[in-house]
Design a protein around this ligand. Structure first.
Ligand code: CA
Ligand code: CA
Length: 595
């Protein structure tokens, strides 16, 4: 396992070992194995994957910090990400072998001693001037495999570093940043393969999910998620072999529009070992102007299930067919099981709080819709989701008008539509607690004025064909952390927040639900009742998901702090409403105070 120098070694052995280690050039951490990654949700001493387990439940079985003891939760340490550049810190920390690995804005990654916060190393990726991140210079986290820590960069590269030294082991270009590609999602590892998506849907990129050898970065397969594109697999020499078209060319896309169809997979994927499926959300079809592209525009604004062994799409479920509101369906699909109330049968399901305002429950073995219900108060684009057909019942008066039908052909009719394009939920991750049976959803109540304009594709330019402004619906709050029962479709409780929520959720067997607010608080709520039982001011807005782990029975909580993300850049009236919020860049760690 771990080649570690013990203090009781005799001098001769010590020097021999030291020489051996030096000759290798790097010290060795305990390697992160596939088995450890599959077991991550249950293993409490580490956090090896984004989602705290590849199913993405963000649930911890730990109970030391619970509804009784949480009042004694105090900071253990905090460290700054430094630098003059701050902006949104959306990263989920990873914990392994005594170290914390946390990415930061502008494609940086840090390794800290997880007990003391001592900085072990940092890597700052050199970014070219022309990067085009649509929605802030964020990064949501890294992946661990073997002795590597791997993350994606804003210039669409993947970088793998040695966990001990921070030295680059491999680096590879994913795509052309000048065409609008970037990477912001945390990769996951499935069967030794690094699974990644791409960002850039606002620039007419083509979304895809790819698998690479996590140890070397060599391509294994690539599966585009715009219908009509060819998938590829790669032999051991890196030779490209055609691996089937995704869907049928021109079936749901007119003309050549599929070539720049968007559907960016910018939030990455989850993986369910039980069904052996990768679940990836896909973004809006490009351009936003839906009149330019009649049809469902598969597989945009969908969840796709991909077989990791073949790289093929096994099933898809489109949450917003023919999306006209930028309802990126990238939201994470979280595996969970429940007992059917009428038959008592255990259902292998998955839950997704979609940007379009509906919560979807699917059979995760085949993608069939089981339940769909609103998790926000105001939805105008659809009246409901038809549980029989699986399709939305549109309200056509809520679709922004066709500019070709307007007097001068330049601007279609303006509609007020809810949710806003920033979504009932955006990048902020939900959590599922099997002890309560609830999903915890960081929801937002906002609407928008939106209209369409003519647009044609130009490489590296925004490809929207729309204008918009986002507005709050209620004066007193936009955000609401909601407990949602996926079986009954009821909102069980909510905790309102003035600013829009933009950070993910953690829930525990200690009966707690943790999440952060743009106002800077990390909060703990009673997972059953929603009552706030603890909060701490981190000094800047929290737009990242907390994690928890234990060392020798002592439980820790960590979260990154640093206001930013899409709201200040795209939020219109809402951006002005929250312009009092200050930027930052740090990570905080908490533990119970021992008196
Ligand atoms: Ca774990
Ligand atoms: Ca989008």
């Amino acid at each position: 396992m771990r080649a570690k120098l013990q203090p009781y070694c005799r001098a001769g052995i010590l020097s021999a070992l030291a020489t051996a280690v030096m000759s290798l050039g790097t010290a060795h951490a305990a390697p992160v194995t596939d088995e450890a990654i599959v077991n991550d949700a249950k293993s409490t001493a580490d956090v090896l994957s984004f989602g705290m387990g590849t199913q993405g439940q963000r649930f911890s079985p730990l109970t030391a910090i619970n509804t009784d003891t949480v009042k004694d939760l105090v900071p253990a340490w905090t460290m700054s990400f430094g630098g003059e550049k701050q902006r949104g810190q959306e990263s989920q920390p990873l914990i392994h072998d005594g170290k914390m690995f946390v990415t930061a804005s502008y494609s940086r990654i840090f390794a800290f001693d997880a007990m003391t916060g001592k900085k072990l190393w940092k890597y700052e990726h050199r970014l070219p001037d022309g990067i085009m991140p649509c929605c802030d210079v964020v990064n949501r986290g890294a992946a661990l495999y073997d002795d590597l820590v791997i993350f994606g960069t804003l210039d669409a590269q993947l970088v793998a570093l040695n966990q001990e030294t921070g030295k680059v082991v491999w680096k590879t270009k994913v795509d052309d940043y000048k065409a609008g590609y970037s990477m912001t999602a945390a990769p996951i590892v499935v069967k030794g393969m690094l699974i990644t998506g791409v960002s850039g849907g606002e620039f007419g990129v083509v979304g895809r999910i790819e698998a690479r050898d996590a140890k070397t970065g060599k391509m294994i397969w690539s599966r585009p998620v715009v219908e009509g594109h060819m998938g590829y697999k790669y032999d051991k020499d890196g030779k490209e072999i055609e691996n089937g078209i995704s869907g049928t060319t021109n079936a749901t896309w007119p003309g050549d529009l599929w070539k720049t169809g968007g559907a960016a997979t910018w939030a990455g994927a989850t993986y369910d070992p039980e069904t052996n499926l990768i679940f990836a959300g896909t973004g809006n079809p490009a351009p936003w102007n839906s009149h330019a592209r009649p049809g469902d525009n598969l597989f945009s604004s969908s969840t796709v299930a991909i077989d990791p062994d073949t790289g093929k799409i096994v099933w898809h479920y489109q949450t917003t067919p023919h999306d006209g509101w930028d309802f990126d369906g990238v939201n994470e699909f979280v595996s969970f099981d429940y007992k059917d109330p009428s038959t008592g049968k255990v259902i292998k399901a998955g839950g997704k709080a979609d940007r379009n305002g509906f919560f979807f429950v699917l059979d995760r073995t085949n993608g069939k819709l089981l339940n769909a219900f609103p998790f926000v108060n105001k939805i105008t684009w659809a009246k409901s989701i038809d549980l029989k057909t699986g399709r939305p019942v549109y309200d056509d008066s809520s679709r922004p008008g066709d500019p070709a039908q307007s007097g001068d052909g330049k601007k279609g009719s303006v509609v007020t539509s809810a949710p806003s394009f920033l979504g009932g939920k955006n990048q902020q991750q939900i959590a599922y607690n099997p002890t309560t049976g609830y999903f915890y959803v960081p929801a937002n109540e906002w609407e928008m004025d939106i209209w369409n304009e003519p647009i044609s594709y130009k490489k590296g330019a925004a490809y929207l064909g729309a204008g918009f402004t986002i507005k709050a619906i209620n004066e007193e709050y936009i955000g609401a952390l909601r407990a949602v029962d996926p079986v009954s479709g009821k909102i069980v409780w909510e905790n309102k927040n003035y600013a829009p929520l933009w950070g993910g959720v953690l829930t525990t067997a200690g009966g707690l639900t943790f999440y952060g607010t743009p106002e800077g608080y990390l909060k703990a709520l009673d997972a059953k009742t929603g009552k706030e039982v603890w909060s701490f001011q981190t000094g800047s807005g929290v737009v990242a998901p907390p994690v928890t782990w234990e060392v020798n029975g002592e439980q820790f909580i960590a979260v990154a702090s640093g206001w930013g993300g899409a709201v200040p850049l795209w939020g219109g009236d809402v951006a002005r409403r929250v312009n009092f919020l200050e930027q930052g860049g740090s990570v905080w760690v908490f533990k119970l105070h021992k008196s």
